[in-house]
Design a protein around this ligand. Sequence first.
Ligand SMILES: Nc1ncnc2c1ncn2[C@@H]1O[C@H](COP(=O)(O)OP(=O)(O)O)[C@@H](O)[C@H]1O
Ligand SMILES: CC(=O)OP(=O)(O)O
Ligand SMILES: [Mg+2]
Length: 409
Amino acid sequence: MTDALLILNAGSTSLKFTLYAVPDGGGDPRPLARGRAEGLDGRPHLRIRAEARGAGEAIEEDLDPDGGYESVLARVLTWTEAHGAGLRLIGAGHRIVHGGPDFAAPVRLTPAIVRRLAALNPLAPLHQPHNLAPVRALAHSHPGLPQVGCFDTGFHATNAPLTSRYAIPRALHDLGIRRYGFHGLSYEYIVSTLHAHLGPAAGGRVVIAHLGGGASMCAVHQGRSVASTMGFSALDGLPMATRSGAIDPGVLLYLMAEKDMRAAELGDLLYRRSGLLGVSGISGDMRRLLASDAAQAREAVDLFTYRIGRELGSLAAALGGLDALIFTGGIGEHAAQVRARVIEAAAWLGLRLDPAANEADGPRISPEGAAVPAFVIPTDEDLIIARHTLGVLRTWPPRHRGGPDRAGA
Ligand SMILES: Nc1ncnc2c1ncn2[C@@H]1O[C@H](COP(=O)(O)OP(=O)(O)O)[C@@H](O)[C@H]1O
Ligand SMILES: CC(=O)OP(=O)(O)O
Ligand SMILES: [Mg+2]
């Protein structure tokens, strides 16, 4: 029997999972299979591929359009069950987007903790309910299986108190209304790879741009988060697929007072109808916008790259300079045109582009001799969750360890 971990990672536009084998002698968990469901707001499509020989057949299929995240999870579990011979599922690890004021380090998910995390649903409506649904579903189908939550907000716990503060009355700050920052599992993974790319400069002043369905940027110094573009919720900062990014709160007051808009409508506007989708009127998917000749699609991409440039300047100011820029996330890893435009607009910071390396998706996309190098590094949030899950399991009292005999059984 090989010990295995199931890692679930719900994003705003996707549900990803990785099944890992836990090596007997320690070391990093080894991926056996990875899956990804996309189109969860319309036509859900699931792809699973084996990462190791004999780890199960690949599948690619459409799912019930009305089934949502739950039907994806049910399919993932039946696939895991069918291919779990020889595996003993010892735990599940979950990406939980919001830890609020109380949770930063990875934590064992008990029913009481899940209830406290569910109280944060309004702070991350596109994520938190989808992060917690699989925790409850697994608790039901696999009672006794240890489950661990790892927080997107946790990496930013190193931000200075001043960085986290909004200029609002202290009593509201004390209620937890402050900046948190997100995509921390992705940033933590990127930081873990920096030495291999940058050598000793890995400890320097680095900005990481996580550009996916949600997008944010993080200023890192000596491997720790110093500041980031997201705040109390995952709405702030850059424009995203369907989220507005930073917007003058005066706009919201105006819409409420003069256009009679209520909280639910404003939430729908800011989370689901804005960003790349709102500006282009075509799609929130960068692939479609880059392939389109429409002027409004161009404008959406222009606004996205312009805002990245503005935030890069702001984060470089927070760091007191810039030693490297890293691109990651679905857009950061694959959209050469977006990276090129960001780097060209940031020549003033010492960034320069190697066009051929950029077209090849890196890893280094700036020429030798550039004052500030730029890299493309594919993120791996699941590996970070798996590492943390193992870490928490190792501190588990032995009588609580272990689950059913077979993955998914
Ligand atoms: N080849 C590509 N070119 C441009 N954009 C891409 C490409 N591949 C993926 N993307 C973008 O990446 C986004 C998804 O990013 P990802 O980080 O995987 O998702 P999530 O935010 O759900 O975690 C998609 O919405 C798409 O716009
Ligand atoms: C926090 C966030 O926006 O996550 P995602 O990019 O996965 O939507
Ligand atoms: Mg993501």
